[in-house]
Design a protein. Sequence first.
Lengths: 194, 236
Amino acid sequence: MRAKGKVVELVTGIAAQDEIEDLLARIAMGDRKSFRELYSRTSPKLFGICLRVLRDRAEAEEALQDVYLRIWDKADLYRANGYSPMTWLITIARNISVDHRRRTKLPDSDRLDAAEQLADETPGPETLTIMRDAADQLRQCLQELPPDRASMVQSAYLDGETYSDLAKATGVNLNTVRTWLRRSLMQLRECLSR
Amino acid sequence: MTGPDDQTGGMSPDLPGGDTALSAEYVLGLLSEGEVRAFEGRLSAEPDLQAEVVYWAEHFADITDTVPDVTPPKAVLRQIEIRAFGDTRKPLWRQLVPYALGALAAAAIAFAVNLGGLLDTAPERPHLYADLVAGDRGLELLAHYAPGSETLMVRRDVGELPADRSLQIWIYPASGAAPIPMGPLAPDQLTSIPVPDALRSQFPGATVAISEELADAAPGVGPTGPVLARGVLTPR
């Protein structure tokens, strides 16, 4: 996809977002065909997220089911909440996966390494490309933070780490971690709004 | 150790970052339950706070940009469709909600439902029970749905189950929609099956059935063999 160049990618990204929005509107009306279409276009992305958060295939498959059931049930509420459609879908996938992970408490040693996650070799033509310039901006702004703070943000989002987990990992008390992280979040906000 | 887990949901006044940092913590899932409740209580009435949440959700979603795509196994979509389309009739409220509510009211609900998704505070639901009685075998089983643990349990009270057979638990929704396979029945112990969110609403008045599945039958919509026992789920 990268070979297509940034401009083309950005355009496909926007067109794809519009199409996803359209599919969500149809799903809100109970259109099963649109639901299958949305699934075929977005499930590799969302399953990737479930697998990354849960690092266990069976749990990720269960979480993915819950994700699409939530989408089916709540699609009528999408339009009002101000999210871009992919963010809405990603947020559902991430939140449900984190919820599963906190509930099941499978020891980390039993979870897959990143290398074991069997990523698709090449994204298919139907895989949605989200706009990469925004992602580049986030990456750059995270790089401006002290490295341990940037990784706290990432592990809160992708591993569902809590303040208590972060405090344990860093060996400082919870309120200190929280103060650090909130300062870093302000710094991140300042960088993102530049 | 004191931490953010206080009961009031309030925040120590000396923490930096105000609502901006608080919104980011909310999106990252770092707030305690009490704080989440307090935060969500403010959301519907405070558009600026909603905008902060959307802002952070948009940016943090970009963290997943480096997560590789993985195509899920084909069976997953089939399972989703069984769970999602089990009830073929679309509830009336779903048809009306997009039109009946103004954007503002819809926004308030959307925030309550979408952002508070991890903490759905549904009204208390009753326990449901079904006596599963077989015609000729003298077999009696009890099915019990516990809303607290969101589990369907089936236990054998009287009689013998046929040995060496594959027994399957089914839910037939009261709406008349296609039967939903819930999983195998363990012959000698309590069978406990976690019930997915989307199915719970179909449970009141649904029929629970135990079928004997034929070993070589092609999977279809419903039991492949005879139904041994059945009963209707109702509160007691």
